[in-house]
Design a protein around this ligand. Structure first.
Ligand code: 2M8
Length: 450
């Protein structure tokens, strides 16, 4: 017995190793005024990545967290949309596809000369800004002043982002945001889109015209297929042909869906804005009321009473997606979600479909493990991702599932310590897949260890 290592010493050694290596990843991926998700595959700035990254950066370098968010919001469009990629002018056009030439956004969009895409991603930035702000205290008085000034700069921009999403993007008319491209979800090739995407034309000749740069640097078996990419490109081209305008989306655009992950983050953003408004002397109540309305609309529209799960809604057909994906668990982050629905989400999370750590030792997979088309390698169709598990854990804490939240935290920390800061992980073996040295995995590890 005396030979057994002290478990607390083992844990703290593991924590120190992971902490140091996560900090190194974030140092390597810092590009001067923004963070890249990874050096090879994603050599620009991505929108929701910046939010997850800020949540971790605030422990080690809050100034960089603010700088990163600021770089992103400097590219905000006049209509309020925050682009899903802000391009780095120092990165060659050929280093990422589709790059600025393909997007060809009008001069008013994005901030020249950096340029941007015209799509959005889940608006987690208010949540991130609040997290960075509330940790500023531990970095001293200058950090608190910096954080206050950053919030003042960001607040109107965050409000404009929400207004764009609940205004221009309310294609369904019930106060939720529709996404018009799978890239906007952040869960690119999730089975949640399969039904809606099957109606989108797939012009494979586009893939002869353009070169899929991702396949130069990643394994094709881990990435979306060519048919997926043909549809992705076709959707951008038709949105582009319409000047990236959002009028008549439900009538004219081929892909218009309401996602529970995206909209839960939209609601959580209003809660964070209420907190930020409180600090800045603005009115928090308006944001709380908006959060409540979003939560009610998510329950009314995205909850499927028969299966007792949250589903993606196809705004064009009115049908729920049959696929049970991790996106359906994320409404747990909404503080106003009635306990009845929170319980249903936990039932789904504990089930054999998602098997929380008690059953598998691993965080939840991105897709139902029991589905016939569960794919252990292909991106958002099965592998484990740290960012959505981080959201799920946040929801568990929000609704008082403390033990399960702690199990999930431990599972994430062990996984990243064992396999490295990978982009995603094999949902059976825990092996790292995709990009190594991936920024949000590193950043969220810091938050899980702190
Ligand atoms: C992935 O998406 C990009 C397109 O936006 C890609 O496949 O090239 C997704 O995992 C997305 O959630 C993420 O923000 C992005 C960068 O990490 O990569």
């Amino acid at each position: 017995n005396l030979d057994l290592p002290d478990p607390t010493a083992v844990i703290s050694e593991m924590s120190a190793e992971l902490w140091n290596s996560a900090v190194r990843v974030l140092d390597k991926n810092w590009a001067g005024d923004h963070m890249v998700p990874s050096r090879r595959l994603y050599p620009h700035q991505w929108s929701w990545d910046a939010a997850f990254i800020a949540v971790g950066l605030c422990y080690v370098n809050p100034s960089r967290a603010w700088r990163d968010l600021r770089s992103l919001f400097e590219a905000q469009w006049p209509d309020g949309r925050v682009p899903h990629i802000v391009f780095d002018p120092h990165t060659a056009e050929g280093d990422y596809f589709p790059g600025p030439v393909f997007w060809d956004v009008p001069a008013y969009g994005g901030r020249r000369p950096r340029g941007s895409t015209a799509l959005v991603q889940p608006p987690l930035h208010a949540v991130a800004a609040w997290e960075v702000y509330r940790r500023a205290m531990s970095h001293g008085a200058a950090a608190v002043r910096e954080a206050h000034a950053a919030l003042e700069w960001l607040y109107p921009r965050l409000v404009a982002q929400q207004d764009y999403l609940t205004g221009h993007r309310d294609a369904g008319g019930a106060g939720l945001a529709s996404i018009v491209h799978p890239w906007e979800s952040g869960l690119d090739n999730s089975p949640a889109w399969d039904a809606a995407m099957s109606a989108v034309p797939a012009d494979l000749t586009l893939l002869q015209k353009y070169h899929r740069r991702d396949l130069d640097v990643a394994d094709a078996a881990h990435r979306p297929t060519d048919v997926d990419y043909a549809r992705y490109l076709g959707l951008v081209l038709s949105y582009r042909d319409g000047g990236y305008a959002d009028a008549h989306l439900a009538r004219d655009h081929d892909f218009v869906v309401e996602c529970p992950n995206f909209n839960a983050i939209l609601g959580a953003a209003e809660i964070a804005l209420a907190q930020i408004a409180g600090v800045l002397g603005a009115d928090p109540q308006v944001h709380r009321a908006r959060a409540q309305r979003i939560t009610t609309a998510i329950v009314d529209r995205l909850y499927d009473a028969r299966s007792r799960t949250f589903r993606v809604l196809d705004v064009r057909t009115g049908a729920h997606s049959p696929a049970r994906c991790i996106s359906g668990l994320v409404p747990l982050i909404l503080p106003d979600l009635p306990a009845y629905y929170a319980d249903d989400i936990m039932t789904e999370a504990r089930s054999a479909r998602f098997g929380l750590p008690q059953q598998t030792d691993l965080p939840a997979p991105s897709y139902d493990r029991t589905a016939a088309d569960f794919d252990t390698l292909r991106y958002w169709r099965g592998p484990v991702w740290i960012n959505v598990n981080w959201l799920l854990r946040r929801g568990m804490l929000q609704h008082g599932y403390r033990d399960e939240a702690e199990d999930l935290r431990t599972a994430m920390v062990r996984l990243v310590h064992r396999s490295g800061e990978y982009e995603y992980f094999h949902p059976m073996t825990g092996e790292g897949i995709g990009e190594p040295a991936f920024s949000w995995t590193a950043a969220l590890s810091l938050d899980l260890l702190a």
